[in-house]
Design a protein around this ligand. Structure first.
Ligand code: NDP
Length: 448
């Protein structure tokens, strides 16, 4: 609930201006609730108009992406880049290609990214972009032509010192390769302008694994510090079967847990013996197939149509790794009824506010997305460092840095939670810790 007058006033302005962007409003409300004790302690933020400014992107670029499909027909999509906040570094955040993409979705993701990037301790501002292009059913050549058309406009707005995009839903190694190639061709410049690149052209080892591994490092550390517990012997439910879900599954299993589910936008599989991650990789990363095929290949596994049923599978730990608002109140109640004690978010904003209230009411350990999934952008930041140095660190070096960053995010969140009177609250702590650094930089840099 919003009770602080300053916070309430700024939120009312956002509601009035952006009332047609529900995901953005949801993200702002969640953050603002956490920031109330912070602005009470720091009146200088109100004086400098920090909240009014932080909810307004520095720049929104919206553009036509025209390309030709394999039948020779002209297709038109919308492209976006929201350059949200550059107080602590160049804009940084992924590109999402999905039919649900619109300005409000990109703004919610960009807003979250400001605080997430701050939490990593690396010098990165917040941004996000994408298109309503749907790569499902498109040939490689169509995806390439789309990416080239998208970058033809985007390249005017990004650069290694201004804005460095990465991948997100449906933007993986293939798309980043095409986007990088087109940037290089038009700008005649070989720089670290994108992260998530192939290893042959400036990518970092462990970037592919980073978000999923990071979610598990974060969860393991929060479990250790808050509960004196670990992944060992736990049953884990994971949603999604893309980049984040696959590597969260792999790491949770390495840490001694049994992952029993994965899903896609059609349905979910339950494998009581534990998900075979190599089979998921083959279906999703190599064949670009549907998760249903897992049950056709692995004896004893079952496929169920529909997404929300995955939360009814009994577990100790749930790691939502698909998309926003995938856990509503009923799904959260189902998780609690199935014995779940921990929810850490791999996807961005996968829990509705009502679902979060259910976790809080039932005393679950809740790790919010901007902290739990910050490992991806953290290793993107390390990729930028390696590009600047023109050298490559080993997998183990990057992985060790990732683990230490995730552990420090838990520590910093808990420290901030205590400082602002909410000991043990990882959500309030993440919002407060991420915000204070950005807010101080904004105050120091004057009214911009
Ligand atoms: P991928 O495209 O690799 O995978 C996305 C997965 O989620 C797929 O299994 C997809 O199923 C499923 N999914 C997508 N949209 C929906 C939907 N509307 N309903 C149900 N399922 C859906 O993306 P990522 O793994 O990279 O991203 C997953 C989440 O993690 C996103 O929220 C993203 O913002 C977040 N994230 C990603 C980071 C990264 O480094 N990649 C970093 C931090 C956060 P289908 O194939 O059927 O579409």
């Amino acid at each position: 609930m919003l009770t602080n007058e300053y916070v309430k006033r700024v939120y009312a302005q956002v509601e009035q201006r952006d009332g047609d962007q529900p995901e953005f409003l949801q993200a702002v409300q969640e953050v603002f609730e956490s920031l109330q004790p912070v602005v009470e302690k720091h009146p200088e933020y109100e004086k400098a108009g920090v909240l009014e400014r932080i909810v307004e992107p520095e720049r929104v670029v919206k553009f036509r992406v025209a390309w030709t499909d394999d039948e020779g027909k002209v297709q038109v999509n919308r492209g976006y880049r929201v350059q949200f906040n550059s107080a602590i570094g160049p804009y940084k955040g992924g590109l999402r290609f999905h039919p649900t993409v619109n300005e409000g979705v990109i703004k919610f993701l960009g807003f979250e990214q400001i605080l997430k990037n701050s939490l990593t301790t690396l010098p990165m501002g917040g941004g996000k972009g994408g298109s309503d292009f749907d790569p499902k059913g498109k040939s490689d050549a169509e995806v390439m032509r789309f990416c080239q058309a998208f970058m033809t406009e985007l390249c005017r707005h990004i650069g290694q010192f201004t804005d460095v995009p990465a991948g997100d839903i449906n933007v993986g190694a293939r798309e980043i390769g095409y986007l990088f190639g087109q940037y290089k061709r038009i700008r005649d410049e070989y720089s670290g302008v994108l992260t998530g690149k192939g290893l042959e052209f400036g990518g970092s080892l462990a970037r592919t694994e980073a978000t999923g591994y990071g979610v598990c490092y974060y969860t393991a550390e929060a479990l250790r510090v808050l509960k004196g517990d670990s992944f060992e012997g736990k049953t884990v439910v994971i949603s999604g079967s893309g980049n984040v879900a696959i590597y969260a599954t792999e790491k949770a299993e390495q840490l001694g847990a049994k992952v029993v589910t994965v899903s896609d936008s059609n349905g979910y599989v339950v494998d009581p013996e534990g998900i075979k991650v190599d089979v998921v990789k083959q279906i999703k990363e190599v064949e670009r197939g549907r998760i249903k095929e897992y049950a056709e290949r692995v004896p004893g596994a079952e496929y169920h149509e529909g997404c929300s049923g995955v939360w009814t599978v009994p577990c100790d730990i749930a790691l939502p790794c698909a998309t926003q608002n995938e856990i509503d109140e009923a799904s959260a109640e189902a998780l609690v009824a199935g014995g779940c004690k921990v929810v850490c978010e791999g996807a961005n904003m996968p829990s509705t506010p009502e679902a979060i209230a259910v976790y809080q009411k039932n005393g679950l350990l809740y790790g919010p997305a901007k902290a739990a999934n910050a490992g991806g952008v953290a290793v993107s930041g390390l990729e930028m460092s390696q590009n600047s140095y023109r050298l490559n660190w080993t997998f183990d070096e990057v992985d060790a840095k990732l683990k230490s960053i995730m552990e420090s995010i838990v520590a910093e969140s808990l420290k901030a939670a205590k400082e602002y009177g909410h000991e043990g609250d990882l959500m309030l702590g993440a919002n407060a810790a991420g915000f204070v650094k950005v807010a101080n930089a904004m105050v120091a840099q004057g009214v911009l």
